[in-house]
Design a protein around this ligand. Structure first.
Ligand SMILES: Nc1ncnc2c1ncn2[C@@H]1O[C@H](COP(=O)(O)OP(=O)(O)OP(=O)(O)O)[C@@H](O)[C@H]1O
Ligand SMILES: [Mg+2]
Length: 371
């Protein structure tokens, strides 16, 4: 449903260009799994065998390599090399013999939280070797990885091998989002639908999560729901919690600052305004990390937060400053006050009034390059 350009792009990469490593990345619920499943079904006739592995529970690399060797050998290869490197070589041999399509979904489950984005957890580095080898070695197959976080080395593999590529999935456009909610018993004028989709940045899961309260609490009236100007709640907050909980402290600081300033900030703005001050190299690498997580957006004016993320971060900021005041250690409160003479401008303005971009502006659909 919808996503025709993205699907065409994946089909081209898989079948015509014969890329060896593909990444599909984006925020939780944006539709990565849905889209990749469609693309894999389209491309399946062009491959000898197709395997989908879910990494949600963090399976050790040795286990997954063994499972893939069994599968791509038609369950004939039972004499497994004991070492990880040996298993990687063996899998590569099957990648050369036949056209195999291997899809690893939920890559973020094997990535390290609490530090900059895209580094594999301790004990899971062999997955990075698998990705690098798939990109840089001659073979006939394709490895597709799906995740909320783009691996740190992906950009290098794309440049070095020219056989690797990333699709950064953005929100859906209004007609496609409306089609997803067609059975949700929601009624609204075209501009109200556009406002709803813009508030959730075209995220299909967030729109589905919002649909139930709109129907049950507002009798399906979009105007009544929109009038409340509160969009980050319940399961939508839980989804954003999963993302925010993975951030390094420096990333959280920049997210807070983007929420305080409520406008697009260039690198130099952040270098000048962030408290405590941070060197430009540090700010740059933190922003690059946030882009790999899809929590921050960027346009010609600078870096900014989508409305739903802005509302969520503002709520967190207010709650954290309140906690600090109660504990008598108002560190964040002081920093925000120092950056905002007269204070209050940002957090005190209230989450309902945070919209940086006019509601109704449809999210940019389609494909985007990496930062
Ligand atoms: N193009 C689409 N058409 C219809 N429904 C869609 C589409 N894309 C996504 N959805 C729906 O949106 C929800 C989220 O999609 P999906 O599970 O693919 O997200 P995801 O990006 O893989 O999220 P996560 O990071 O949590 O794995 C699902 O219920 C899915 O059916
Ligand atoms: Mg998914």
């Amino acid at each position: 449903m919808g996503r025709a350009p993205e699907l065409a792009q994946l089909d081209r990469w898989l079948l015509q260009d014969r890329r060896r490593l593909l990444g599909v990345f984006g925020l939780g619920g944006i539709g990565k799994t849905f889209l990749t499943r469609r693309a894999a079904l389209d491309a399946a006739p062009g491959f000898t065998a197709v395997k989908w592995v879910l990494l949600q529970d963090g399976p050790p690399p040795d286990e997954v390599l063994a499972e893939c060797i069994h599968f791509f050998s038609g369950y004939r290869d039972t004499d497994l090399p004991p070492s990880t490197a040996g298993r990687l070589d063996r899998l590569l041999a099957y990648f050369r013999q036949a056209r195999c399509l291997l899809i690893l979904d939920k890559l973020e489950a094997i990535m390290q939280p609490g530090r900059s984005a895209g580094h594999f957890r301790a004990g899971y580095e062999a997955y990075g070797d698998l990705l690098g080898t798939a990109a840089e070695t001659e073979h006939r197959s394709c490895l597709v990885v799906i995740g909320r976080e783009q691996p740190h080395d992906m950009a290098r593999w794309e440049v070095q091998s020219l056989r690797a590529a990333s699709l950064h999935l953005r929100g859906m456009d209004v007609p496609a989002a409306q089609a997803i909610l067609q059975d949700a018993r929601i009624a609204g004028a075209p501009e109200e639908w556009a406002a709803l989709v813009a508030h959730y940045a075209g995220n299909p899961l967030m729109l589905q999560l919002a649909a139930a309260p709109i129907r049950d609490l507002y009798a399906g009236r979009l105007d009544a729901f929109l009038a409340e100007e509160r969009f980050a709640f319940g399961d939508v907050n839980d989804l954003l919690d999963e993302h925010f909980g993975r951030l390094a402290t420096g990333e959280q600081d920049i997210m807070h600052w983007l929420a305080v300033e409520r406008t697009a900030l260039a690198v130099t703005d952040l270098v000048e305004h962030l408290l405590p001050r941070r060197p430009v190299g540090d700010v740059r690498s933190t922003l690059a990390s946030l882009l790999r997580r899809h929590l921050t957006d960027r346009d010609a004016a600078g870096f900014f937060l989508q409305d739903i993320v802005l509302e969520y971060v503002t709520d967190r900021l207010v709650a954290r400053m309140a906690d600090e005041l109660m504990a008598g250690q108002p560190d964040l409160f002081r920093r925000v006050a120092a950056a905002q003479p007269g204070c209050g401008r940002a957090p005190a303005a209230g989450p309902g009034t945070v919209s940086r971009r006019a509601p109704g502006r449809a999210p940019a659909p389609g494909l985007a390059g990496d930062g």
